[in-house]
Design a protein around this ligand. Structure first.
Ligand code: RIB
Length: 316
């Protein structure tokens, strides 16, 4: 059975320019040609989940402009249901201005545009799809009141709520009580807790502190070291499968999409984390973001075994 995933999140047109070095404050640098990529944390995670076999519906808001149409088309091409993406008559589609240097380091400025108009009052017609989802996948590039509202609605209806706490910002306890899985980088965990720092000790402390708020699955992503998890009282470091890394840009996106698919398909939590880590690792072997995201079969090949029961076995 395909997992039924609802993503409520951002849609941005990414304008990417490469420079030799990133500009420092007060400095201008010359760059190459600007390339447009469909993006937004929400849209990217929706694509990741769809490629991995999830049945994905995206709730979001774009402007009535060319960027908005292109973003919707890009999701449809991936099989994502876009029926609940609305068009704002006054505010343009969100844009992310991204600069990448020769070593792959980047900076981004996001102009949220219509994403910030996605307010709870607009979601009345989407109640049913949220209530009936297996997993609700959220990030923090839309108004926080919308994140809180959707998490509460989903939680009250027994839907598994996965929140990617990115970009970093403090979160209320009342939101965390409605979250089942909280996923963030170590830097983001530092913003949410009293445990800043980048060692394993800080990750352990941050995960324990967040687990005490009632979130039953806390995941701190640690780049090449893998993830630190604190799930249902079990905790530990999960190293990713060994791969030849060329670009880490899409690893977080793939991880979140895969985690949603795993949980939504009824895989146990640790098995879902293993699937997600492998999806992230495989993405790092290819350049780009959406173009680097793998499908389910490729992830299972990396893991060396089928993770999901096959249809013909009577499973999902
Ligand atoms: O995760 C990268 C994404 O973050 C980009 O696509 C950009 O739009 C921002 O939302």
């Amino acid at each position: 059975m395909a997992s039924n995933i609802v993503v409520v999140g951002s849609l941005n047109m990414d304008l990417v320019v490469q420079t030799e070095q990133l500009p420092r404050p007060g400095m201008s640098v010359m760059g190459g040609r600007v390339t447009r990529f469909p993006g937004g944390r929400g849209g990217n995670q929706a694509v990741a989940a769809a490629r991995l076999g999830g049945q994905v519906l995206m709730i979001g808001r774009v402007g009535r402009d060319e960027n908005g149409e292109a973003l919707i088309r890009s999701l449809e091409e991936e099989g994502v249901d876009t029926a609940f993406i609305s068009r704002d008559p006054e505010t343009p589609t969100g844009v992310a201005m991204i600069t990448v240097d020769l070593s792959g380091q980047s900076t981004a400025v996001i102009s949220p545009g219509a994403n910030y108009q996605l307010l709870p009052g607009l979601l009345a017609e989407a109640h049913d799809v949220i209530r009936k989802a297996d997993v609700l996948l959220l990030q923090l590039e839309i108004p926080i009141e919308t994140v809180e509202y959707c998490a509460e609605l989903a939680h009250q209806n027994g839907v598994t709520v996965v929140l990617n706490a990115s970009p970093a910002r403090p979160l209320s306890l009342s939101l965390l009580k409605n979250v089942d899985y909280l996923v963030m980088s170590q830097m983001e965990a530092g913003v949410l807790t009293s445990s800043p720092g980048d060692g394993l000790e800080a990750a352990t402390a941050a995960a324990s502190e967040l687990a005490e708020t009632g979130v039953h699955g806390v995941v701190v992503t640690l780049g090449k070291r893998g993830i630190y998890y604190h799930v249902d009282g079990q905790q530990g470091l999960l190293a990713p499968p060994a791969v030849n890394v060329v670009d880490r840009n899409g690893t977080g996106v793939a991880f979140l999409g895969a985690l949603a698919v795993g949980l939504g398909s009824g895989l146990p939590a640790l098995q879902s984390l293993r699937f997600a880590s492998a999806a992230g690792a495989l993405t790092a072997t290819r350049r780009g973001l959406r173009s680097a995201l793998p499908n389910r079969q490729q992830v299972e090949e990396l893991l060396g075994e089928p993770i999901f029961a096959r249809e013909e076995d009577g499973g999902g």
